[in-house]
Write a protein of this length. Structure first.
Length: 426
């Protein structure tokens, strides 16, 4: 059916959506709520509720400490093997542990130790700030020997490949970038950037947090060295669910884990007084894994593997294209600018709309007294409204209604009744 700007088109797309039935496998408690923030926190899968109750009652409640030998001890590697299927890695190259920032610190530290003669770290000004904070801390830790160079985007939307080509050099120890930019949704050409860095002898560390679960990733095919990723966005692992890290197997023995702890030891339960790192990916563990948090992740990963990333990506590109088409048609005369790439394969699972009153528009959207329903997007400084479409539960009709509500709020200036002062979490 050819694109039209009435609701019938959205209804048609939902009726012919091969993933539409997956929506029924998520906990949706509030009728009428339009949730477009899955790129920050994914919805709760029903299978996760059941699994978590089983863990509480059976594994913790009944089996107690015996559960460590009945699945808990190997949970980090078991989950890592499943996530490896989502990111195109070998099963023994991925493990679940820590937060994204801690995992990033571990791998960036190890990379800098492998390139001791080099003095530059290359990133960009679209990277997630926490990633840059980690690099800044490492520079101090390494005695201020390194310079952090940031490639500047020319439009605030896309990565600047021209300057990236110009700045990477034989002094570059590490290139570290976010695969999908957290504000604009721009997706880097992973294979090209990695090849470019390798031509100059630099290592490459990718943050996959806004990509994993929304699109196929092929780390092996791109020759990637290192990667980290979040599990509570498109993987639906729950608030602050543990992260994962990837280390190419050829680097694992040479890489050093800077936070040595007993679960990274070759035999934790010998309780030796001197540390000997485990072989392979397990050396990047540190402390006891967060069993309760990891238990919420596994059913969600299984759901994505079942649905298939190619289908998820196909729907994701179609939905973001639909949202952008509505934005161009309805919002172009209302002082909005599109802050995401127009090309589908360079765009992730969310889009960005820019407006001077972005924050107050978001406040109006979340108020159910406006338009008869609540729409949950998220706001990013200074003027970005992010709309995250998660293929397993976002419908086309929801996208239609959300854009229609944005149009009404701005046309009628309904946002003006909300304060400029920002809430703690935006």
């Amino acid at each position: 059916m050819e694109l039209t700007y009435d609701k019938s088109y959205a209804v048609h797309c939902d009726l012919h959506d091969p993933l539409h039935s997956y929506r029924d496998r998520f906990h949706i408690a509030e009728d009428g709520l339009i949730y477009l923030d899955g790129n920050s926190l994914g919805r709760l899968p029903l299978a996760t509720e059941n699994a978590f109750q089983g863990l509480l009652q059976k594994q913790w409640g009944e089996r107690l400490v015996r559960s460590w030998n009945e699945g808990w001890y190997h949970m980090s590697t078991r989950l890592g093997k499943k996530i490896a299927q989502l990111i195109g890695a070998h099963p023994e190259e991925v493990i679940v542990c820590d937060s994204v920032s801690v995992a990033l610190y571990k791998l960036a530290y190890g990379a800098l130790k492998l390139r001791p003669e080099r003095t530059e770290i290359l990133s960009d000004d679209m990277n997630f700030p926490s990633d840059l904070y980690v690099m800044q801390g490492l520079i101090r830790q390494f005695g201020d020997r390194h310079l952090l160079r940031l490639v500047k985007s020319t439009d605030g939307v896309s990565g600047n490949m021209t300057d990236l080509l110009r700045l990477v050099s034989t002094q570059t120890a590490l290139v570290t970038l976010t695969h999908t930019a957290f504000k604009s949704g721009f997706v880097y050409d992973m294979e090209r950037v990695t090849e470019l860095a390798h031509m100059h002898g630099a290592l490459v560390l990718w943050d996959l947090s806004h990509s994993v679960g929304a699109m196929p990733i092929r780390l092996k095919g791109a020759g990637v060295d290192l990667a980290v990723g979040c599990t509570y966005k498109y993987l639906n692992g729950g608030p602050a669910a543990p992260a994962f890290l990837f280390v190419r197997r050829e680097l694992q023995e040479a890489m050093e884990n800077p936070i040595q702890g007993w679960f990274g030891d070759e035999n934790p339960f010998e309780f030796r007084l001197s540390y000997r790192p485990a072989a392979g990916i397990r050396k990047f563990l540190t402390s006891s894994p967060p069993v309760l948090a990891m238990a919420t992740l596994e059913p969600a990963v299984d759901l994505i593997l079942e649905a298939g990333l190619d289908k998820i990506r196909e729907k994701s590109m179609a939905q973001t294209a639909y949202a952008l088409a509505l934005a161009r048609e309805w919002l172009s005369g209302l002082d909005f600018r599109v802050g995401s790439p127009e090309t589908a394969d360079r765009r992730g699972g969310h889009i960005c709309l820019k407006h001077a009153e972005a924050y107050r528009i978001c406040r109006a959207l979340t108020d159910p007294s406006v338009g008869g329903r609540a729409v949950i997007p998220d706001f990013r400084e200074p003027n970005n409204i992010r709309l995250g479409m998660s293929s397993l539960y976002t419908s086309y009709e929801e996208i239609y209604m959300a854009l229609d509500q944005i149009r009404a709020i701005v046309r009628q200036k309904l946002y003006k009744k909300y304060p400029q002062a920002k809430e703690t979490v935006t």
